[in-house]
Design a protein around this ligand. Structure first.
Ligand code: ATP
Length: 204
């Protein structure tokens, strides 16, 4: 029962391969850190693992089978800017219910207030909207989360609250998490093990 990248490679159209042979496996309940310099391909790998991009080479396997491309993806991607991940014309209530109605205890744990439902995304702070994006990803079919620099833009208290929530989610629901960050201290604090991008993939 794993999320696996098997010899994954990716190139932009007509460009050279950004990386090849990326290999990693994440077990349920594990928080795996992924560290590496800017521009090396960490976000691209995260998007491949969550089905946002199609592999150029190799495969993404969930429990040994290719990722399902229709319906709610069991691997959800969270990025640095939640504004880019939501429809700016939808109210927060509709965004939260996109995949399924959120559980009241999830909303409470993330500090999401009822009054936010009638607002538009730009009427929340970055940290508030990031918590909405996390709640939306927590639909019943969720198995793995790719958390790509999700707390980089946030103040230290919000960052700590979000990671406390995700750590509990991993432990209690067995959700596996790939935590992508250039911040070694953060990864040391939250991850069960940390991988260097250069050690799991071949560069150009
Ligand atoms: N359409 C494109 N054509 C060519 N190159 C691109 C395109 N889009 C992105 N890139 C390049 O792909 C590389 C990998 O980007 P990616 O976002 O995966 O890196 P990253 O390791 O996540 O970086 P950061 O830590 O800065 O977010 C970058 O060098 C970027 O400039």
């Amino acid at each position: 029962m794993m999320l696996e990248a098997r010899a994954l490679g990716f190139a932009h159209p007509e460009g050279p391969p950004l990386f090849t042979d990326a290999t990693l496996a994440i077990a349920p309940g594990e928080i795996v850190g992924l560290h590496g310099p800017s521009g090396i391909g960490k976000s691209t790998l995260g998007r491949l693992l969550s089905g946002h991009l199609a592999p150029g080479w190799g495969a993404v396997l969930l429990d040994g089978a290719p990722l399902r491309m229709a319906g709610f993806c069991p691997v959800q991607y969270l990025g640095q800017s939640p504004m880019h991940m939501v429809n700016p014309r939808w109210r927060v209530g509709a965004i939260l219910s996109e995949a399924s109605a959120p559980e009241p205890k999830t909303l409470a744990a993330l500090g999401i207030a009822e009054g936010w439902s009638a607002r538009y995304p730009h009427e929340l702070s970055g940290g508030q909207l990031q918590r909405v994006a996390i709640a939306r990803a927590l639909a019943p079919g969720l198995r793995f989360l790719v958390a790509d620099e999700i707390s980089t833009m946030l103040d230290a208290i919000t960052q700590a609250e979000i990671w406390a929530f995700l750590t509990r989610l991993a432990a209690e629901r067995g959700i596996g998490i790939l935590a992508i960050s250039h911040d070694r201290a953060l990864l040391e604090a939250v991850a069960t093990r940390t991988l260097e991008f250069r050690e799991i993939a071949l560069g150009p």
